[in-house]
Design a protein around this ligand. Structure first.
Ligand code: SAM
Length: 271
């Protein structure tokens, strides 16, 4: 069985492709990619001509079998995504698992990824971090996901779409408190921008824009126990009771967990 190459491609600036990535893309028999037109343009830029196979989140399972057959037929296959590293908030995991299961060989050809590009220059702690990818687009699920990491000491890293940026920052302010943060926009591209400030200042900064455009990575300081909060613990608990129908006990537990407080004394305060 031949090798599957998991190849990172640029997240904007085409000069970020690696020499090894180019060599691998030139050597393989087939390139599996999310969007054949998008990858076609990248390959054209580097004067590479290869057969392309569409491999995206909606056909991943079906196309995995096809790729396995090709590898078993002795064909070398490269997997790329539209941008950055495959498998990082992008398709990839299914084919990687399948090749491992089939006893095949995989090589990872490293390169750009927005998460690493963003955290490395964010100014926030890089010793350890938790990459959460995209939060849910549903407000209540998004808040729950944030509540689950509210006491995580590691730096938090999220991907976000421009049309959800403000809603997500608002939820972060409410659930995580007013932490230090960084919004990294359009990395490696013409309109690259770094906004490093508290969450509330980032909200003010982006609210002032007539339109929010581009791709974003949000990096948020981990839990230190010293966050500023938009409201008192009792007010936050009352909000949960009124808006989400939680009981006093549940609300006290949740707010106490987020803020590192005693749930018992908050419950006492509520009753
Ligand atoms: N596989 C990619 C990687 O390794 O970073 C991520 C793909 S994910 C579908 C796309 C998201 O990554 C965007 O919505 C944005 O949050 C982030 N992203 C990708 N390129 C970016 C860039 N140039 N600047 C800022 N964020 C970017």
């Amino acid at each position: 069985m031949e090798t599957l190459y998991v190849v990172a491609t640029p997240i904007g600036n085409l000069e970020d492709i690696t020499l090894r990535a180019l060599n691998v893309l030139k050597e393989v028999d087939l390139i599996a990619c999310e969007d054949t037109r998008h990858t076609g343009k990248l390959l054209k830029h580097f004067e590479i001509q290869k057969p392309l196979l569409s491999y995206h989140q909606h056909n991943e399972k079906f196309q995995t079998n096809k790729i396995l057959e090709k590898l078993k037929d002795g064909k070398k296959v490269a997997l790329v995504s539209d941008a950055g590293t495959p498998g990082i908030s992008d398709p990839g995991q299914v084919i990687v698992e399948a090749v491992i299961e089939a006893g095949g060989n995989i090589e990872s050809v490293p390169g750009a990824s927005a998460v690493i590009t963003a955290i490395s220059a964010s100014g926030l702690c890089t010793d350890s971090f938790l990459f959460k990818g995209f939060l849910s687009s549903k407000p209540s699920a998004r808040k729950k996901e944030l509540q689950a990491v509210a006491q995580t000491k590691e730096t938090l890293v999220f991907y976000e779409a421009p049309h959800r940026l403000l809603k997500t920052l608002d939820d972060m302010f409410e659930v995580l408190g007013n932490r230090s943060a960084c919004a990294a926009r359009e990395l490696t591209k013409l309109h690259e921008e770094w906004a490093r400030d508290s969450i509330s200042e980032l909200i003010t900064h982006f609210k002032a824009r007539p339109a929010i455009k581009g791709e974003f990575v949000l990096i948020i300081q981990g839990f230190t126990g010293e966050q500023e909060w938009p409201d008192s613990p009792a007010e936050a608990a009352l909000k949960l009771i009124n808006e989400q129908g939680l009981s006093k006990k549940e609300a006290a537990k949740q707010v106490a967990h987020e803020r590192g407080l005693s749930s018992r004394s908050l419950y006492q305060e509520l009753i």
